[in-house]
Design a protein around this ligand. Structure first.
Ligand SMILES: Cc1cc2nc3c(=O)[nH]c(=O)nc-3n(C[C@H](O)[C@H](O)[C@H](O)COP(=O)(O)OP(=O)(O)OC[C@H]3O[C@@H](n4cnc5c(N)ncnc54)[C@H](O)[C@@H]3O)c2cc1C
Length: 479
């Protein structure tokens, strides 16, 4: 078997059989070949052969690309699972960070857990987040951290207090990942990518007996059973507890398509409409801006409505993108005008006196470049916006501090880093269980909260996933 990797991650799927509890981990090539990783039977002979050398203890061997591990089985239900029948006490739907965290929590409480994922592999958005370094959290005191969740802060407080920035860092370190904190407090894995962390996490989950089913799309409920579309046809599962961690409604190609909102709405669960959060802006540039596509705007301050940010942005072919404006999305969604301070460390009076000293033969561009030392992309943007806004020379100093950025709209929601909207907090109890559907818990970005980039998104997804997992375990215990 020749394993191919997806996004650089060799994912493993687990098969368990026999009284002695041999676990077989088969690389993702079965999925790449469009075979269900849940149909191990075609590979049965190969697996049995691969398992043959295993005798005792935690021996791990590789046979081609098949990894074979030996360990005790954890659950009494294992016998029923050996050839086809799927049994799980707890089903988690959606294998992003929230779902995997919920799985870990339930499994640690001793429950039999199955994670169902619609895509051919797990954690696709998490891996995408890794492409920009994987900002795991922000190293801030709890109260500062919570401020970034706006009016959802009080709701999320107990969950994030239980798994705060320190908790996230310890968790990553526990998975063998070194982390470092940048100058702004953002925390990243030292390797600046998600794949080693995800690989270690999946191994730990699999070793704990968590079953992962990919290409299993949840379609809703068929009476009391969860209904899935799978490569082997429809499957129905009736677990004791379900956790939904289906993500928001952006980057649908990575799995989070928001289609669950209709299923839950039909089931009487209150949801707020999705809206882009952390979104880029569409700007209709003149041809003069073309040479600056891809250029960063550093040392600037953005303002929209009551929000402001000193983050960077990049001039793109379609407009402006980057953390600097993402955090303004709640105001920009409402159509608030956007202003840019090109020189946040120089006040208006100082600028005016520099302009007063400008020699008459010095052009504006020369003055911006030589006296103010603005880089070419800032000068180009200044020209672009003063011209399109018809700002006269007399207003240049003011325009440098308060440049109106004419924009058309936010970029489409599917391009947004995250989405606002989702399951309303009034639809959930304190343990994140749906009050309309007892035994069904929810976590992650599918809940109605939003936060800027900076590690706040993953922190809340992990914290709510952990909280929902623990609440579900307590609910099972109390039954
Ligand atoms: C480009 C990019 C960069 C980012 N960078 C960062 C960052 O650096 N730091 C940060 O904090 N956040 C970042 N984020 C945001 C972060 O990745 C998400 O907030 C987070 O992944 C959400 O986790 P989740 O588990 O709630 O949902 P998701 O990760 O979206 O997982 C949901 C899962 O549910 C599955 N699913 C959906 N519907 C079904 C169904 N019907 N049946 C079965 N499965 C289903 C999906 O396939 C998916 O795997 C970034 C996002 C993007 C797009």
């Amino acid at each position: 078997m020749t394993a191919q990797s997806l996004d650089g991650v060799e994912l493993a799927s687990q098969f368990r059989f026999g009284q002695r509890g041999v676990n077989l981990f088969v690389a993702d090539d079965m999925q790449q070949n469009r075979r269900s990783a849940l149909a191990p039977f075609e590979f049965w002979d190969q697996m049995v052969q691969a398992a043959a050398p295993i005798r005792n203890g935690a021996v791990t061997e590789r046979a081609d690309r098949i990894t074979v591990r030996h360990g005790p089985r954890r659950n009494a239900r294992d016998g029923a699972e050996s050839k086809g029948a799927v049994v799980a006490q707890a089903v988690i739907i959606g294998a992003g960070p929230a779902g995997l965290m919920a799985a870990e929590e339930l499994s640690a409480a001793g429950h039999d857990v199955l994670v169902a994922e619609a895509k051919p592999s797990v954690g696709r958005k998490f891996l995408m987040a890794g492409k920009s370094g994987l900002n795991l959290t922000k190293d801030e005191p709890l109260e500062t951290l919570l401020q970034s969740y706006g009016d959802a802060a009080n709701w999320l407080r107990p969950m994030i207090a239980d798994f705060d920035a320190t908790g996230v860092q310890r968790w990553a370190q526990g998975l063998g990942q070194e982390v470092y904190t940048g100058t702004t407090g953002r925390v990243f894995p030292t390797v600046m990518k998600a794949s080693p962390l995800l690989r270690a996490w999946l191994s730990r989950l699999e070793a704990a007996g968590v079953q992962i089913r990919t290409r299993w799309r949840w379609l809703g409920w068929d009476r009391d059973a969860l209904l899935f579309e799978t490569p082997d046809g429809e499957q129905r599962l009736a677990p004791d507890v379900t956790i939904l961690t289906l993500g928001g409604a952006s980057w649908a190609r990575l799995g989070s398509d928001g289609q669950w909102a209709k299923i839950l709405g039909d089931a009487g669960v209150a949801t707020a409409p999705f809206a882009p959060a952390n979104a880029a802006l569409s700007v209709g540039w003149s041809d003069h801006m073309q040479p600056y596509f891809g250029s960063p705007l550093k040392s600037v301050r953005w303002k929209a409505g009551k929000l402001q940010s000193r983050g960077e942005a990049t001039i793109s072919a379609t407009g402006l993108e980057g953390g600097g404006m993402y955090s303004l999305t709640p105001a920009l969604r409402e159509g608030a005008p956007l202003y840019l301070d090109l020189l946040p460390d120089l006040d208006l009076a100082a600028l005016q006196s520099r302009l007063d000293r400008k020699k008459s033969k010095t052009t504006l561009s020369q003055w911006l470049k030589k006296s103010l030392r603005l880089p070419p992309q800032k000068i180009a943007l200044f020209h672009e916006m003063t011209k399109s806004n018809g700002l006269p020379q007399a207003r240049w100093p003011e325009a440098l501090k308060y440049l109106p950025i004419r924009y058309d709209s936010l970029r489409p929601m599917d391009e947004a880093i995250s989405t606002a909207g989702g399951i309303k907090r009034t639809a959930l109890d304190g343990g994140l269980m749906l009050t309309a559907i007892p035994g069904v818990f929810c976590a992650g970005e599918m809940l109605d909260w939003e936060a800027p980039t900076g590690g706040y998104l993953l922190t809340a997804c992990l914290a709510t996933g952990k909280w929902a997992g623990r609440s579900a375990a307590e609910w099972l215990q109390a039954r």
